[in-house]
Design a protein. Structure first.
Length: 139
């Protein structure tokens, strides 16, 4: 599913009604405040980095988030975001977003979304035991 179609559901969420605009006026897309837990992964050379964080806001083609460490610019990354809505059968959802990091500093990062999709998630994907900030590196 394409990023524009998938992230366009933001406009229908009551929990994301607050719009966020940059003071510079450089953004042309509306951003919605949405604070959700996330997990991420990216590769640098032969090393796999895993981490956690929290979304700050989203638009139909970008996600701003804070994380447990600064992510290098231009990293190809996958975010797994805990979604606030459930399916009719009660299954929880996770938004899987993939793309490149456009901006990153000690306060957060911005992902330019290239693709995304909703998936059902396991019971323990965002359990309290997994909420402790971690950054793992597998070489």
């Amino acid at each position: 599913m394409g990023s524009r179609k998938t992230l366009s559901v933001l406009a229908n969420l009551p929990a994301v009604s607050q719009r966020v605009r940059a003071a510079s006026g450089r953004r042309v897309r509306t951003r919605y405040e949405l604070r959700r837990e996330l997990r991420f992964s990216y590769r640098r050379g032969s090393s796999l980095f895993l981490g956690s964080g929290r979304t700050q806001d989203m638009s139909d083609d970008g996600i701003r988030f804070e994380s447990d460490h600064q992510i290098p610019l231009n990293s190809e990354i996958e975010l797994q975001i805990s979604w606030p809505l459930r399916l009719k059968n009660g299954s929880e959802l996770v938004l899987i977003a993939r793309g490149k990091i456009l901006r990153s500093d000690p306060y957060g990062s911005v992902l330019k979304v290239n693709s995304c999709e909703f998936q059902t998630r396991g019971d323990r994907a965002f359990s309290p035991e997994a909420d402790a900030p971690t950054c793992s590196v597998f070489a």
